[in-house]
Design a protein around this ligand. Structure first.
Ligand code: PBG
Length: 327
């Protein structure tokens, strides 16, 4: 009988030893909580396909921001559901549109205690549900959409957003929004580019959450799940165009892309553990098939291990608490 010369198990013998040799230690400050604000709603209303997540009325937003601050999370990402949608998504640019009012309210409450981010995309605001405006033939018109994104970005920055989350996957969107912000003197507003955003099945519950009108798919602008190298092309274009942060989305199915982007990027990289990834854990946990806490922490840890500096997760409030308990 020969015995092993090397015994990696020695470093796993006790909880104290495992804690000592742990390679990554996610912190609450790295987490960002996505928040849904619904125009006309009072209080909060649970989203069936996202257990534990609700739509909030403007009136409920300050308490939620305070809760996020108390939990120690680094930021919130605001999405909004307007009462009226039209072909150009005009409520997105209106100063009194629901998203811009939500930004104002959140920024006033946060008062610098966390980073207020806002989704910059038209899908919540268009009656056809696409992320841009359409040509007469019904195709998503890249360059016409850029002009609307530029206006939307200025409106969001004026409302007080710290970071604009450009999630529409139009070519040139970072450059267009940056130029519009700079022309208005809004030089301190940052841009987080959803650089490698894949056309994923995992956005299903989100589309419920925002009452999406989309009929069809987003495959002409979101990326093909088969393409890894292209993620780097998108990321490097966004960095060159002036993005302050890059993002890969969804997270766990694309950790290879995240690792590539994190290695190549000179700016912070975020990953979005999206609605379907979250709901898979929640649904299995409800049935007792998986441990909720362990599964969420494993997801967050894996994203950070792959190179993510920032993690967007619907479990941010609970996870922040768990991370504090575990540290
Ligand atoms: C588009 C947007 C989507 C998500 C974030 N921004 C939906 C889509 O592309 O269809 C999905 C996030 C999630 O699933 O959690 N504005």
């Amino acid at each position: 009988m020969t015995y092993p010369q090397r015994r990696p198990r020695r470093l796993r013998t006790t909880a104290a030893m495992r804690r000592l040799v742990r390679e990554v230690r996610p912190q609450p400050a790295q987490l960002v909580l996505p928040v849904f604000v619904r125009e006309g709603l009072q209080g909060s209303r649970p989203i069936e396909s996202l257990p534990g997540v609700s739509q909030h009325g403007l009136d409920a937003l300050p308490d939620l921001v305070d809760e996020a601050v108390a939990a120690g999370v680094g930021g919130i990402m605001l999405f909004a559901i307007p009462e009226v949608r039209d072909s150009t998504g005009s409520q997105a640019c209106a100063a009194d549109g629901i998203l811009n009012r939500a930004i104002e309210r959140a920024a006033a409450t946060a008062s610098g205690r966390l980073v207020v981010m806002a989704d910059l995309c038209l899908d919540e605001f268009t009656d056809h549900g696409h992320c841009g405006i359409l040509t007469a033939e019904g195709a998503v018109d890249n360059d016409a959409t850029l002009a609307v994104y530029a206006q939307m970005g200025v409106a969001q920055a004026r409302a007080g957003a710290d970071v604009l989350g450009l999630s529409g996957m139009m070519d040139g969107q970072v450059q267009a929004v940056r130029a519009a912000l700079d022309a208005e003197g809004l030089v301190d507003t940052s841009i987080l580019a959803y650089s490698a955003k894949y056309a994923s099945a995992a956005y299903g519950p989100f589309r419920d959450a925002v009452e999406s009108q989309l009929d069809g798919d987003r495959k002409t602008y979101q990326m093909d799940p088969a393409n890894r190298r292209e993620g780097l092309v998108e990321a490097s274009l966004d960095e060159t165009e002036g993005a302050d942060f890059l993002m890969v989305k969804p997270a766990l199915p694309y950790l290879d892309v995240l690792a590539d982007v994190a290695q190549a990027s000179a700016v912070p990289v975020a990953a979005y553990h999206v609605s379907g990834e979250y709901s898979q854990i929640e649904a299995a946990a409800e049935r007792g098939w998986i441990d909720r806490r362990t599964a969420h922490l494993e997801a967050i840890t894996s994203i950070v291990r792959a190179g993510g500096d920032i993690v967007l997760t619907y479990a941010a409030l609970d996870a922040a608490q768990w991370l504090k308990e575990d540290s």
